[in-house]
Design a protein around this ligand. Structure first.
Ligand code: NIG
Ligand code: FE
Length: 406
């Protein structure tokens, strides 16, 4: 056993069986002051106040938390970290006034990343992706969803998903894979969008499913990308091959993506920089988790999602980094927490739950991650002594991690 002793604050305790937090629950973080955690076979075996801490035997490893906080690692339910190279050129184009849509319409953006990925050998793509995973783990993220979507041909989408499978087999983080063939129309199909949708639905999805390479199916359902009708076709093809939807919606416009996602029982609908009350109503009482990505609002200068209104309507919300080369070149979940507090007016407790238990739900891992619960993976952050959870978001650049246990 490994026993973590002298924990100042053991934060993020959730009873077994609770998959997500909604409405007022989002403002509650249960913790124990002066606590211990016992870990066996990589799982949380026991925890409680220090005065009930078991006496370590010779075989036990004892970790002294020195009064620091212990919390579950962040669960980042939306990333695109399997990409080659970078896109600084577009960063400068944006500074000089071009919008994300304008860059995409000129054949840049996602298509640039697709060209780069095509030229990059699989081993090199794996190396770059693992480097990003390492960076994220060091910043406190223990579960990562990774999307394809920079292949845009059957061959290159499979290449990406095989790299993601290798990452899952190699990394200590929990990894989920999402097939996002409909991220943009591949270059060879320019002007033939419906034929590309056919390719995704009839060729790519069966090929991906045949190799068991993906857990979920995603579509960029937005203005200038895919319509709700095209999205529905792809989601139905995905569902018939056992892939549950998790989709991109309402980043650039109120796209109808939330409605089509909920109609297909999506696990999550993500982005939501634009939301009317209609979307909130559509999500009420559903299994679908709204996921907001304040890092892309920050980087692209878009509006921030109305997370507060969702929570006030009784819904749960998750936050994710969207780590990708075009709209959010950062996987720092602590920065995501800080942005959501400052720009979306979430309380630090709401932000914490959105980045942990609700993030786990939005990527289908809340049975094994996202909280301090007996039997879950012991993916834990041991922090330096902190006055409260608020300080994670408040002093958002002061190093706060003492040690990662994963
Ligand atoms: O989530 N919105 C679509 N896809 C990504 C951006 C991908 C890119 O620009 O490379 C996103 O923001
Ligand atoms: Fe995204």
């Amino acid at each position: 056993m490994r026993i973590i002793r002298n924990i100042g604050d053991l934060a993020g305790i959730v009873p077994p069986g609770v998959a997500r937090k909604v409405g007022p629950e989002m403002d509650e973080v249960t913790s124990i002051k002066e606590a211990f955690v016992a870990i066996k076979d990589g799982l949380i075996h026991d925890f409680g106040p220090m005065d009930s801490c078991p006496e370590p035997t010779q075989d036990d490893e004892v970790i002294d938390a020195g009064g620091g906080m212990v919390m579950p690692m962040f669960c980042d339910s939306h990333t695109h970290i399997c990409y080659a190279g970078s896109r600084e050129r577009e960063f400068i184009d944006k500074i000089n006034g071009l919008s994300y849509e304008e860059i995409a319409a000129r054949g840049g953006g996602i298509l640039n990343s697709a060209d780069l990925l095509h030229q990059t050998p699989e081993d090199e793509l794996f190396r770059q992706t693992m480097e990003r995973v390492g960076e994220m783990v060091a910043k406190g993220t223990g579960a990562i969803e990774i999307k394809s979507g920079y292949g845009l041909t059957t061959e290159d989408e499979l290449k990406m998903l095989r790299v993601i499978r290798r990452v899952r087999e190699t990394s200590s983080a929990i990894i989920k894979a999402t097939f996002l063939g409909a991220h943009a129309v591949g270059r060879a199909y320019r002007g033939r969008q419906d034929e590309y949708v056919d390719l995704v639905a009839k060729e790519m999805i069966p090929a991906v499913a045949a190799e068991g390479l993906a857990d979920y199916v995603d579509v960029f359902c937005d203005e200038g990308f895919f319509t709700p009708g095209q999205t529905a076709r792809i989601l139905e093809a995905g569902l018939s091959h056992g892939l549950r939807p998790k989709i991109h919606a309402n980043e650039l416009a109120c796209s109808g993506g939330v409605q089509v996602g909920v109609a297909h029982n999506a696990l999550s609908v993500d982005h939501l920089e634009r939301t009317t009350d209609a979307e909130i109503e559509t999500l009420r009482g559903k299994e679908t988790m709204p996921v907001m990505l304040p890092g892309s609002s920050f980087f692209l200068g878009l509006p921030y999602g109305r997370a507060k209104d969702y929570i006030n309507a009784g819904l749960g919300v998750a936050l994710a980094s969207d780590y990708n080369p075009g709209s959010s070149p950062s996987g720092d979940m602590r920065f995501v927490m800080a942005l959501s507090c400052v720009k979306m007016r979430l309380t630090p407790n709401q932000a914490f739950n959105a980045c942990t238990i609700n993030g786990a739900y939005a990527m289908g891992v809340s049975e094994i991650a996202g909280s301090i619960t007996k039997g879950k993976r012991a993916n834990l952050v041991v922090t330096k002594p902190l006055p409260s959870i608020a300080s994670i978001a408040y002093c958002y650049q002061t190093p706060f991690i003492e040690r990662i246990i994963i």
